[in-house]
Design a protein around this ligand. Structure first.
Ligand SMILES: [Zn+2]
Length: 273
């Protein structure tokens, strides 16, 4: 990149920060050892003691990488400030305790299925109405052809015969076209099972997607489901998670946190630039 001589609209530093953000990076991350991709929970963990975000990085000792998550605060401010938690431990605990909770409830899945089914039925109804209308059109055309043929047999005038023949030709063409359209719709196997399976797989397969998914997949799962960051300390473990509305409405929460979900709307938890 060549720095221009005129005064830029935004500073070079801001530009770099924006580019980093656009590339999926966390603005607070300052290219320490290790790729961002090493830490799927980065940006989604908060220290409940001080309220600061948790960060993650690799510490390199004797040429070997040791990945850690830690509270960003200074140890002077927070008991957990700067204290490292092994990535493997924290993520294993996440998969065991939090991941199962990210699944939408059975009721939400059922509701989604019911909506899908209703839409499907509407589509079938529309198609059936169209087919009926087309069959009525065919009957009308048949009648018209019949009366034109009658006319053809009663007239002796060559010019009239020619015009009538042309009309019949056009009507026969239209008739064939409509017949093909009817056949095409009749042939289509409109199966609701396939689309229901897709919804089911998505709704129920969050833990599978997580375990198989790459960094981006994992972060988008968190972004879609979580309404706020997950509290965590090494001592107390994970705190209560709050999910976005579609994922929690019908859940039997035994705490008050669930009801608070939705206050932040559907925007991703904000990050300061
Ligand atoms: Zn802290």
């Amino acid at each position: 990149m060549v720095l221009g001589k005129h005064k830029p609209l935004i500073s070079h530093k801001t530009h770099k920060q924006i580019q980093h953000r656009l590339n999926g990076g966390d603005a607070s991350y300052k290219n320490r050892e290790g790729a961002i991709e090493d830490f799927p929970l980065r940006g989604y963990l908060v220290c409940p003691e001080c309220g600061n975000n948790m960060t993650a990085s690799n510490t390199v000792k004797k040429g070997k990488k040791h990945p850690y998550y830690r509270c960003k605060s200074s140890p002077k401010i927070c008991t957990y400030g700067g204290k490292s938690i092994k990535k493997a431990d924290l993520e294993a605990q996440f998969e065991e305790e939090i991941l199962p909770k990210l699944k939408p409830s059975e009721q939400v899945t059922e509701l989604t299925k019911a909506i899908l089914q209703r839409k499907h039925q509407q589509k079938l109804d529309n198609l059936s109405r169209e087919q009926t209308y087309k069959r009525q059109e065919l009957a009308k055309i048949d009648n018209n052809i019949k009366s034109l043929v009658d006319k053809l047999t009663t007239t002796k005038l060559y010019n009239v015969q020619k015009v009538v023949e042309e009309k019949i030709d056009k009507m026969v063409q239209t008739k064939e076209k409509i017949e093909q359209e009817i056949k095409a719709v009749d042939k289509v196997d409109i199966n609701i099972g396939t689309s229901q399976k897709l919804v089911n797989d998505f709704m129920q397969g969050i833990d599978i997607s997580w375990k198989k998914g790459n960094f981006n997949k994992k972060q988008s799962i968190l972004r879609i489901i979580l309404a706020s960051k997950i509290p965590y300390t090494k001592k107390t473990g994970f705190g209560t998670i709050s999910k976005r509305l579609p994922f929690c409405v019908t859940e039997d929460n035994d705490n008050d946190e669930g009801r608070m979900v939705g206050a932040e709307g559907f925007e991703p938890p904000t990050k300061a630039l």
